[in-house]
Design a protein around this ligand. Structure first.
Ligand code: FAD
Length: 452
């Protein structure tokens, strides 16, 4: 589509832009390439211009000009989303939020921060006050807090504090509308759900107020087990015994060949549990592992781990496990599986039998709405689209699992399954012309856009 770029550039004069085609292409991408299906469907789409506002006032000028000239905006944080959330389907502006990175205030139990702040820097800042984040994605080094709220769901720490959408994790969000005169809307309490996991389709998040907890100097550790079933049963017992852990990840032995840095610490004849545990839990963790035939492979502070040249345990879990494999070998993709509650390891045993070498197993222990929730992120050998969807149906029908389809680019076809009418109602207010990340929600059609 043709947009009036001359008028737009004049309106945002003084604000940093990139228009070099290579830079534009690079910043129109995220980790969509995990999926050969997304690569086919949207891998060719890109924006026209990258705009990098320095502060909230500049974001307002961009929003006003885009609204007036009806130019789409795709918001971008770290660009680590893996549903193609950051890929502009209809061209337009890619609005890079990473310069809005101020940590505004830190109090006991809460922090207020601008949306473009990198999560690792935010966590460093709150650690200086003896506190830490409730959770972060395994991409904490690159991802921004705004991108996490808009595109993520939970991660390291979710075992202790639940998923991002659970109570107490996010207190308030400041949103800017895309209108000729942009407005600010503050959302509190449950109203936060109006923009959470909305892929930046219904407002520009400027600031977020998050919950904090007392800091722990987590020990990064791994235990090795004689079979995969033992890793799962060990984790279930660790949760039952309330071992203080921030992360519990089970990874089957066939991943060992991708984890080359670990060498004998993760040999290919043992299944592994990677964990972050409180220092006082070291003995209990080792004793419990022994009950399931496990032995401790390593147990280090973060500094010791860096000195040993190893990656932190949080980069051995969640979607980093997948990344480690995809970087090492072609022909793989993955799935995201929510298991029925209460979790039954027999389902995994049946899946391992059914899929053999077509799927490698990896599970995450977490909490959701106050209850234990186990997620699977199996590595899946890719054949073709029809086979992928046959397997998805099979896992849903035979095993009673829910698949958050990582091969789909709309909110609804991915994790959410249905149109969230509350989010769409909010979009009418915050993005009346339908300019934010068009094509990413089934709940919005062109005829809904205001013509005023
Ligand atoms: P981006 O990819 O830049 O954006 C994500 C979405 O948010 C896009 O739709 C974008 O338009 C929108 N957005 C960005 N900024 C704003 C804003 N200010 N206002 C409104 N909308 C905005 N996810 C998890 O939940 N847990 C994990 O453990 C996890 N592990 C991962 C591991 C790997 C290796 C990879 C590749 C991905 C992983 N993810 C995980 C997905 C992703 O990394 C996270 O969701 C991350 O938090 C996204 O942050 P980002 O800044 O990179 O967001």
């Amino acid at each position: 589509r043709a947009y009036d770029w001359d008028a737009f550039r004049a309106a945002i004069e003084g604000i940093r832009i990139y228009d070099d085609p290579k830079a534009v292409e690079l910043r129109s991408r995220d980790y969509y390439w995990y999926s050969p299906i997304l690569t086919d469907d949207i891998g060719h789409c890109k924006g026209d211009l990258i705009v990098i506002p320095a502060d909230q006032e500049e974001v307002g000028r961009v929003a006003a000009a885009a609204a007036r000239l009806r130019i789409p905006i795709t918001l971008r944080g770290g660009g680590t989303g893996n549903y193609g959330q950051c890929i502009p389907l209809e061209g337009g502006i890619v609005l890079d939020m990473t310069k809005l990175d101020k940590v505004i205030s830190i109090e006991k139990g809460r922090v207020r921060v601008e949306a473009g702040a990198r999560i690792s820097r935010l966590d460093d800042a709150v650690r200086e006050t003896g506190q830490e984040l409730m959770m972060y994605p395994s991409t904490r080094r690159i991802a921004t807090i705004g991108g996490f709220l808009s595109g993520g769901s939970g991660g390291i720490g979710s075992l202790r504090h639940g998923m991002l959408r659970d109570d107490g994790n996010v207190f308030s969000v400041k949103v800017m509308t895309v209108e000729e005169e942009p407005r600010i809307i503050e959302l509190h309490g449950n109203d936060i759900q109006k923009v959470q996991h909305a892929y930046g389709t219904n407002g520009i998040i400027l600031e977020i107020e998050l919950g904090l907890t007392d800091a722990t100097d987590w020990i990064h550790t791994a235990a090795l087990f004689p079979d995969y079933d033992a890793t799962l049963r060990f984790c279930l017992k660790a949760m039952e015994d309330k071992l203080d852990c921030y992360l519990l990840t089970t990874v089957d032995r066939r991943f060992a060949r991708f984890y080359t840095k670990f060498g004998d610490l993760f040999p290919s004849d043992r299944d592994a549990v990677f964990a972050m545990i409180a220092p006082q839990e070291r003995e209990r963790f080792a004793a419990l592992a022994a009950e399931f035939g496990g032995t401790i492979s390593f147990s280090m502070t973060l500094d010791e781990l860096h000195q040993a040249g190893l990656q932190p345990a949080y980069e051995c879990g969640w979607n980093h496990t997948t990344l480690t494999a995809l970087k090492a070998e072609e022909g793989w993709t993955y799935l995201q599986v929510e298991y029925p509650r209460p979790f039954d390891p027999e389902i995994v045993r049946a899946q391992m039998q059914r899929y053999g070498d077509e799927q490698y197993m990896h599970h995450e222990m977490a909490r959701l709405q106050g209850e234990q929730q186990i997620f699977g992120l199996p590595l899946v050998r890719y054949k073709n689209r029809a086979e992928m969807y046959r397997v998805i149906r099979e896992i849903e029908e035979l095993d009673g699992c829910t698949i958050y389809d990582p091969h789909a680019y709309t909110i609804e076809d991915g994790g959410m399954k249905q149109i969230d009418t509350v989010q769409i109602d909010f979009k009418r207010q915050a993005d009346p012309f339908g300019l934010l990340n068009p094509g990413k929600t089934r709940g919005w059609t062109a005829d809904m856009a205001s013509t005023g």
